[in-house]
Design a protein around this ligand. Structure first.
Ligand code: 5AD
Ligand code: SF4
Length: 457
């Protein structure tokens, strides 16, 4: 364990993040709460004073990765003569609790997603080898209240957590058990955090939540009556000077309301990108998954989105091989994909999670059938992604420049549709939104020419 060092001596902090963007956000906040204690982020675990694994429990593979990583870190801790504090945070911590310390005794601390504000206190306790080393109670609002409101921004894009938790209980999913009930952050807190980010040069904010479009809150009186939904929040945040791009992720079809769809047509800052997971195109499977909507309802939302904003890029998640999924059910998923036409999508083989209802259902699909379905689905999705990217070739588009590219003289950035873009241009463009003419496209990125340079030539 770490021996107590003086406040002025910098301590090395390594955080490894697994899984979703909520975890990416939470890792940033952990860095924020530890900074006053003298912890400086480093890029590797070797020689770190504090190693935090911010874990994901969504599929079995993700959980097993954590244990194998812990095995590696234990060796580093031994090599450092035990002078390293190892903390496991995130959803594996929440789900497995003290079991983690039993399976890997080198672990000093286990803390769930609602306990990050207690991290400094826990680290201090661990260094003195006293007190609780497990913190997995649900106290979401307390967490939001306790985290410092002013944040250190890193580049022109930032995440902002507005909602946590999930009450949907899809039968395959562990999130409602690890992240707790749905809870929305108050408008004022979100506004303060967004303003602080804007003041530091952030131009692109991604609002995060497990069910981000379930966000609701009481808004300031003059701007609307009673409860706001996410559409109102987007309109409000768009007025903050410097905030040019607003995104939100991840949404649920059940919480998609007409006002949010309308906001896409009215608010230029609201980016034309919607990640709306459908999981399956078969009504029978959607029912068994407890998704609470049909394929037709989902398609209807996608159509309305395209009416409001014709250039909308659509994204989704899919699970193949859910228990009981027949060939026909899978074909229904393929049909839905053909009908929507996705810009990008993530697809997974069903992975039984202990304690979830689907794990005990009949009709588990053989692994080789899951493999074959996943391959077919991914081939179709890749084809759509390539076509979507190719559709931008020849257009001049606004790109938010996020930093230097891989090659000398190259810069990279994001298109409004979330595509990675690289082009040759000067370093000082970082943080700006510039016009780039797209001249090439691959599955994963767009190649462009900096329009100002083209005009000058
Ligand atoms: N098996 C496979 N995929 C899953 N997901 C969630 N739980 C499981 C599971 N048990 C996928 C869903 C979800 C994404 C984050 O992970 O598609 O949208
Ligand atoms: Fe999991 Fe369903 Fe909640 Fe998404 S909506 S987090 S898939 S239970």
């Amino acid at each position: 364990m770490t021996t107590q060092t003086s406040q002025s001596e910098p301590k090395r902090l390594f955080i490894k993040t697994y899984g979703c963007q909520m975890n990416v956000y939470d890792s940033e906040r952990m860095r924020d709460v530890l900074r006053p204690l003298g912890y400086q982020p480093v890029d590797t675990a070797d020689n770190a004073d504090l190693v935090v694994l911010n874990t994901c429990h969504i599929r079995e593979k993700a959980t097993e990765k954590v244990y194998s990583e812990l095995g590696q870190i234990k060796k580093m801790k031994e090599a450092a003569g035990g002078k390293m504090t190892i903390a496991v945070a995130g959803c594996v911590a929440q789900a497995e609790g003290a079991e983690i310390m039993r399976r890997q005794p080198a672990v000093d601390l286990v803390l769930g997603p609602q306990a990050y504000h207690k991290l400094p206190e826990m680290v201090a306790r661990a260094s003195r080898a006293v007190g609780e080393r497990l913190e997995t109670e649900f106290e979401t609002l307390e967490k939001f209240d306790a985290l410092p409101k002013a944040r250190e921004a890193d580049g022109p894009s930032a995440f902002l957590s507005v909602q946590e938790g999930c009450d949907k209980f899809c039968t395959f999913c562990v999130v409602p058990y690890t992240r707790g009930a749905e809870l929305s952050r108050p408008v004022d807190d979100i506004t303060i955090e967004a303003r602080s980010l804007a003041a530091q040069g952030v131009r692109d904010i991604s609002l995060l939540g497990q069910n981000v479009n379930a966000w609701h809150g009481a808004g300031p009186k003059l701007e609307g009556d009673g409860e706001w939904g996410l559409g109102q929040l987007a309109r409000h945040l768009a007025k903050i000077g410097g905030i040019d791009r607003i995104r939100y992720t991840t949404s649920h079809p059940r919480d998609m309301d007409d006002d949010l769809i309308a906001a896409h047509g009215e608010v230029p800052e609201l980016m034309p990108f919607l990640h709306l997971p459908v999981q399956s195109g078969s009504d029978r499977i959607l029912k068994a998954m407890n998704r609470g909507h049909t394929a037709e309802r989902y398609l209807d939302i996608m159509r309305k989105m395209r009416e409001a904003r014709p250039d909308m890029a659509l994204a989704s998640d899919f699970i193949v091989g859910f228990p009981g999924e027949s060939d026909q059910d899978f074909e229904d998923t393929m049909d839905l994909v053909r009908e929507v036409g996705y810009a990008i999508a993530y697809s997974f083989k069903y992975s039984p999670r202990p304690g979830t209802p689907a794990a005990d259902m009949f009709g588990h699909v053989p692994e080789e059938v899951k493999d074959e379905r996943l391959q077919r689905l991914q081939a179709l999705l890749k084809q759509q992604q390539t076509e979507f990217n190719a559709s931008k070739v020849g257009q001049t588009i606004p790109v938010l420049v996020t930093g230097k590219g891989r090659n000398p003289g190259q810069m990279h950035g994001r298109s409004p549709w979330m595509q990675a873009v690289h082009f040759d241009g000067p370093d000082h463009l970082a943080g700006q939104i510039v016009d780039v003419k797209i001249v090439g496209a691959t599955l994963n990125s767009l190649a462009g020419e900096y329009a100002a340079a083209v005009e000058a030539a």
